[in-house]
Design a protein around this ligand. Structure first.
Ligand code: NAD
Length: 294
């Protein structure tokens, strides 16, 4: 069993760390939020006073932070974490961030003989708790193979997507598509309801017809159509609209960098940008409020 430093114990990182503890690993954790540290300590983790202390003696370092600036802030700079991590250590960053930031941190790690992979996830907080996340990994085949036994304790589907940064590109493309079909699903149900249809009947029919998609079938945005989804608990928990807006911003950056047209992705970003003015903290399926004035 390994000693693992885990930094960033939020909605996703907290339950992911817990699954590594359950698998028998020794966890040394750090987060800026005292409540997150307390929960990890209760679960058996050793709490560090700062990130540098967390990585002392660790064979593996995992980060699960909100955005690019947090990852850069933690790893890079004169006293950044890379200056404290021992040569040969495996570093796994599971945050969803810009591919360019992953490559920048990856380059800095390689210069110090530290193995680095980007490994963003899909599957939400439920998948993090159940240990059924999908991991989209960017890095060398050798580093991917080294990471696999640890990722398998937190996820079910582990994909090697290419070199460092490739995991982020997959994640960004996936979430852009997710935002588009969530908004489209909300729009279609709102249209049906405004024309007298029962939202459940409409959803059942479309789920068996050519409009079927994940948002409709597994994460229905209309309240009352489906149990155990954020729409049926006032859009609490789940994947925050603000995080979806961040991911759509990453899609825009990637599109600008490559000269790719993403008209639907841009439309979705604008919808989420307006939506976040009042509902940033609600699950992203609350985009249905744009169509119902709710
Ligand atoms: P979160 O805001 O709940 O957690 C982030 C944690 O990082 C917080 O506990 C915060 O205190 C900590 N943190 C921030 N800066 C830090 C620093 N410098 N040092 C130590 N800790 C620091 O976010 P989350 O929902 O857990 O998401 C994390 C990442 O996973 C994001 O990139 C998000 O886009 C991605 N993601 C989230 C979901 C989801 O459903 N929530 C799903 C897939 C991917």
């Amino acid at each position: 069993m390994a000693t693992i430093a885990f930094i960033g114990l939020g909605h996703m990182g907290g339950p992911m760390a817990l699954n590594l503890i359950k698998a028998g690993h020794a966890l040394r954790v750090f987060d800026l939020a005292p409540a997150a540290l307390e929960a990890a300590k209760t679960a058996g983790a050793q709490v560090a006073a700062n990130p540098a202390e967390a990585v002392q003696g660790a064979e593996v370092v995992i980060t699960m932070l909100p955005a690019s600036r947090h990852v850069e802030g933690v790893y890079l700079g004169d006293s950044g974490l890379l200056t404290h991590i021992a040569q040969g250590t495996l570093v796994i960053d599971s945050s969803t961030i810009a591919p360019a930031t992953s490559r920048k941190v990856g380059e800095a790690a390689r210069a110090r003989d530290i193995a680095f992979i980007d490994a963003p996830v899909s599957g939400g907080t439920a998948g993090a708790a159940a240990g059924t996340l999908s991991f989209m990994v960017g890095g060398s085949a050798e580093h991917f193979a080294r990471a696999q036994p640890y990722l398998e304790k937190m996820g079910k589907n582990i994909f090697h997507c290419g070199d460092v940064g490739a995991g982020q590109v997959v994640k960004i493309a996936n979430n852009m598509l997710l935002a588009i079909h969530m908004a489209g699903t909300a729009e279609a149900i709102a249209l049906g309801v405004a024309n007298g249809l029962d939202p459940k009947v409409l959803s059942d029919v479309m789920s068996k017809s050519s409009g079927r998609n994940w948002s409709l079938e597994l994460y229905n945005p209309w309240p009352g159509v489906m149990d155990n989804v954020p729409a049926s608990r006032a859009y609490e928990g789940g994947f925050g609209s603000a995080l979806m807006l961040k991911d759509l911003g990453l899609a825009t950056e990637a599109a600008l960098a490559s000269g790719s047209p993403i008209p639907l992705g841009e439309l979705a970003r604008n919808l989420y940008s307006m939506h976040c003015q009042d509902h940033a903290g609600l699950d992203f399926s609350s985009i249905v409020k744009m169509y119902t004035q709710g």
